[in-house]
Write a protein that binds this ligand. Structure first.
Ligand code: ADP
Ligand code: MG
Length: 389
């Protein structure tokens, strides 16, 4: 009996306590709701208190939603991310698609400035534009030195410096070999051994005469020609990025045919994510290796799938070994990470020619550069620090 009473009493006590707790909880919930509703009403009705500004300036997630952007915030003291817009555009330029995506106050204007800059680089450095600096240098081969624009001189000088460092694996005097393979034109074909040998006799970076005082370039033998196809897109991407930055853009991505430059992070503070195309993937979206996280960095990929033709079941592509005059066979693609887009572009071609062993060894000697190679069997080979930024 006593035990039963005790139980009942205990139960009654617990029941009363829990009822009291429930009541207290309800009161708190009610109080919090009242405070929230009151706060909301104050914010909605009185932007002059400055609450609107404070709340609207909280960091926003990417992509930015501009549909509700107020155009007349009173007493907003500074331009903020709120005024930012995102814009993107693609153009066919330098024989490839170039796309730019930018976030900032005037992204359309900034993108226009970047494209103007890149068109300018193309008009100086294309082999296919008759009055470009490169065409003038090539036409004058065997004759007088040719005075060129500062930018052209800089790129040629850099190319020659890297030719020296790569012992000629990267060689911009590859022009005659590109021509016998017909890679610049509509109908590339396999040349004869004689044609390759004749062309090879006209290739040699160490023959190029540079005069930095007068900014002249001279090719000493008639028939020699330079081809900046392995470096100019990277330089154009670099200049495009500079133009965007000068226009106040702090979050942007340029992709110039596999030469990617990032300005800052994504607007949400996260790094840009870049996948590497699988050289034998069925679609452009098939990737290989790690997804790269990049902030203020350049990534360039050179692949045997960019420009190639098949003859008797064999693939012939546009990255040539200057020593043999033949397309490089040991590699399918090379991706290089570097701070500088010119370096990334040039090195992706250079490492391709050097091949998996020599290429990785060479990259290991360079500070701030890392690479991934997909070899001819489809294996991925990494240099130290690839994607560990
Ligand atoms: P893509 O032009 O497809 O982006 P790359 O950056 O690797 O690829 O550049 C390939 C181009 O580089 C070729 O089209 C040619 O103009 C040039 N090229 C080919 N072989 C060499 C080489 N050994 N050294 C320097 N430039 C080269
Ligand atoms: Mg390149």
């Amino acid at each position: 009996m006593g035990g039963g009473f005790c139980l009942k009493w205990e139960y009654g006590k617990r029941h009363r306590e829990s009822t009291r707790r429930r009541r207290r909880l309800c009161l708190w919930v009610l109080l919090i709701a009242v405070v929230f509703i009151a706060g909301y009403v104050v914010i909605q009705s009185s932007s002059s208190y400055g609450f609107t500004w404070a709340i609207r300036n909280l960091p926003r997630k990417f992509p930015l939603d501009f549909t509700n952007t107020p155009t007349n915030i009173e007493n907003a003291p500074v331009k903020t991310e709120l005024d930012s817009k995102e814009s993107s555009r693609s153009e066919f330029l330098m024989d490839t698609f170039v796309s730019i995506r930018a976030v900032g106050l005037n992204p359309e204007q900034a993108i226009q400035a970047a494209f103007d800059e890149m068109h300018e680089i193309e008009s100086l450095m294309s082999r296919h534009i008759p009055d470009s600096d490169v065409s003038r240098i090539n036409q004058a081969a065997g004759g007088d030195p040719v005075r060129v624009n500062d930018e052209t001189f800089h790129v040629v000088e850099e190319a020659i410096r890297w030719a020296d460092l790569t012992q000629g694996a990267f060689d911009i005097t590859i022009g005659p070999l590109m021509d016998v393979w017909g890679f610049g034109g509509e109908n590339p074909t396999v040349p004869t051994v004689e044609e390759i040998e004749q062309a090879r006799a006209l290739v040699g970076w160490d023959l190029v005469e540079l005069d930095s005082e007068n900014r002249t370039v001279r090719l000493p033998m008639q028939g020699m020609s330079i081809d900046l196809g392995g470096i100019a897109k990277g330089y154009a991407a670099l200049k495009g990025a500079q133009a965007l930055s000068e226009c106040g853009i702090s979050h942007a991505l340029i992709d110039a045919g596999g030469n990617i430059v990032s300005i800052g992070s994504r607007p949400d503070g996260e790094p840009w994510q870049i996948g590497i195309r699988d050289p034998r993937g069925e679609s452009m979206n098939d990737t290989i290796g790690p997804t790269l996280s990049v902030v203020n960095h350049a990534v360039a990929t050179s692949g045997d799938y960019e420009r190639f033709f098949e003859h008797d079941g064999k693939r012939y592509h546009h990255i040539l070994d200057p020593k043999t005059g033949m397309p490089v066979e040991m590699v399918r693609s090379v991706t290089v990470l570097a701070e500088d887009a010119l370096c990334a572009d040039m090195l992706s071609t250079a490492v391709f020619v050097l091949g998996p062993d020599e290429g990785i060894k060479f990259v290991e000697t360079l500070e701030g550069i890392s690479a991934m190679i997909v070899d001819s069997a489809g294996n991925t080979i990494f240099s130290t620090g690839f994607n560990e930024m």
